[in-house]
Design a protein around this ligand. Structure first.
Ligand code: ADP
Ligand code: MG
Length: 249
């Protein structure tokens, strides 16, 4: 039996609504991230992109609708919620590394605590991942001793150390100096090439064109377009997307 046809999408959102007080920030959101695919979310500031990412990890509860990860509705609390968060890797604009821990410790901590991996195995995996993101030689340093690009690659290694089923990236290069953006995008591109399922909020249009299977364009809490990158970039349908692309390209 082919898993490609029988398995549910890795992420599925149906009729999701989210309010902050009176502010309706996610409006009837429907979308899917199929297994092994990269979905890039684009849209102006304030359109709800971060809230959507946070809702998938249940860092933000939603008011109505349903989000499923790997075919299962998000658990509300307890062990099941911890397990969900272990399966959904998240990389933020601010790297959120533990400042008082070495890079190696940053990568080995959660697998030992949450996945009950032995310290030897956690260390071995961490060194492999740091090698893969190109900063194995920084393992014994503290975050502040690394460049922004290196810190973000460490944050990616840390998320990967949990062996997540899917990775969420929320503007991972927005806080970086321009010369460090590409090294992080290259790391993400190689992950995508290896078949990692990814939801990526970014303003990096080159990455969206090259790596995305689909582009979701959000504006004012709504998904306005959901299309292939070539359709989106060459023939956006809505005025809002045309306006957005006109400003960013
Ligand atoms: P984006 O990531 O696309 O810039 P966000 O998801 O951060 O958008 O924000 C969507 C809207 O929700 C914005 O109007 C923002 O000001 C508002 N918002 C975000 N987080 C909160 C919060 N914790 N409390 C109140 N309003 C919020
Ligand atoms: Mg945001």
């Amino acid at each position: 039996m082919s898993t490609a046809t029988s398995a549910p999408p890795m992420i599925k959102a149906s009729g999701v609504n989210k309010y902050f007080g009176d502010l309706h920030v996610l409006k009837e959101i429907d979308f899917e991230v199929p297994r092994g695919q990269v979905v890039v979310v684009l849209g102006p500031s304030g359109s709800g992109k971060s809230t959507l990412c946070r809702a998938i990890n249940r860092l933000e509860p939603i008011n109505s609708g349903e989000i499923q990860v790997d075919g299962k509705p998000l658990p509300a609390e307890g062990k099941a919620l911890a397990a969900l968060r272990a399966d959904v890797g998240m990389v933020f604009q601010q790297f959120n590394l533990f400042a008082h821990k070495t890079i190696l410790d940053n990568v080995t901590l959660a697998p030992q605590k949450v996945r009950k991996v032995s310290s030897g195995d956690a260390r071995k995996t961490a060194m492999e991942l740091l090698e893969r993101v190109g900063i194995a030689d920084q393992a014994q340093k503290y975050p502040a001793q690394l460049s922004g690009g290196q810190q973000q690659r460490a944050a990616i290694a840390r998320a990967l150390a949990m062996r997540p089923k899917v990775m969420l990236f929320d503007e991972p290069t927005s806080a970086l100096d321009p010369e460090m953006v590409q090294e992080v995008l290259d790391t993400m591109t190689s992950l995508a090439d290896e078949g990692m399922t990814m939801l990526v909020v970014t303003h990096e249009m080159g990455f969206a064109r090259r790596a995305a299977h689909r582009v979701v364009f959000m504006s004012d809490g709504e998904i306005v377009e959901d299309s292939t990158p070539s359709d989106f970039f060459t023939a956006p349908k809505s005025e809002r997307a045309k306006d957005f692309l006109g400003k960013i390209l």
